[in-house]
Design a protein around this ligand. Structure first.
Ligand SMILES: C[S@@+](CC[C@H](N)C(=O)[O-])C[C@H]1O[C@@H](n2cnc3c(N)ncnc32)[C@H](O)[C@@H]1O
Length: 203
């Protein structure tokens, strides 16, 4: 791991992910979580203050540095929380465990999104819900072209983040249906802010 990835990127992500537009979406989506919750890519823990009534939280976070930043927020929550140093492509948890899986701005960065979604399918209970907010491919040809051009450089500086994943297609191809989905640009440069957010459930 480079010095940039170890010391700069975690602080940069913690700062960038506090953008007001993202906080607003967190405050709308995260209170919908219930029961036993798995959060994929816990990051610096910015969703934690928004959980309303859950029994416990398991956070998956491969970066030790982001886990350290999240510690303070974890300590402030009333619900039991454990953090696993693991990746979404290989979730070290028994099948049919969680009522809710939360994933915010993480599917862009996982190495194999289809494998990650198949693991989510395995660990979520049959009637469980996935709460998601993810940026991805824009429907506008001009922006889509920019996303394709910028992607190699962006991915290098942004921890593997891919600008142009078709988030809705990835969910559907993995056997999920949408109970609710909204698509649209948030504030900021259009190449990085086309968002998909909502609720998904196994078909
Ligand atoms: C842009 S940050 C978002 C963090 C957090 N979800 C949030 O909403 O602030 C992307 C996160 O995905 C995590 N990540 C990257 N690859 C992952 C993987 N394969 N499995 C789980 N998390 C991963 C990163 O460590 C980072 O915490």
């Amino acid at each position: 791991m480079s010095l940039y990835q170890k010391h700069v990127l975690p602080k940069l992500l913690n700062w960038a992910m506090k953008a007001p537009a993202l906080s607003k979406l967190r405050s709308e989506l995260i209170p919908l979580a219930e029961g036993r919750v798995l959060e994929i890519g816990l990051g610096s823990g910015l969703n934690l203050p928004h959980y309303a009534d859950i029994s416990d939280l398991t956070g998956l976070e491969p970066s030790q540095q982001l886990q350290s930043i999240a510690e303070l927020l974890i300590a402030q929550q009333a619900f039991p929380t454990k953090v696993l140093t693991a990746a979404s492509e290989d979730i070290p948890v028994e099948s049919d465990t969680f009522d809710t899986v939360v994933m915010t701005w993480t599917l862009c960065s996982v190495r194999d999104p289809l494998l990650a979604l198949s693991e989510i399918k395995r660990v979520i209970k049959p009637r469980g819900k996935v709460i998601f907010a993810e940026h991805g491919e824009s429907p506008d040809d001009k922006i889509k072209n920019w996303q394709r051009r910028i992607n190699p450089c962006w991915s290098h500086i942004a921890g593997g983040c891919q600008l142009n994943r078709k988030i809705d297609r990835l969910f559907q191809d993995s056997g999920f249906k949408f109970l609710d989905i909204e698509r649209g640009y948030l504030e900021g440069p259009k190449f990085a802010t086309y968002n998909y957010r909502g609720l998904a459930q196994l078909v």
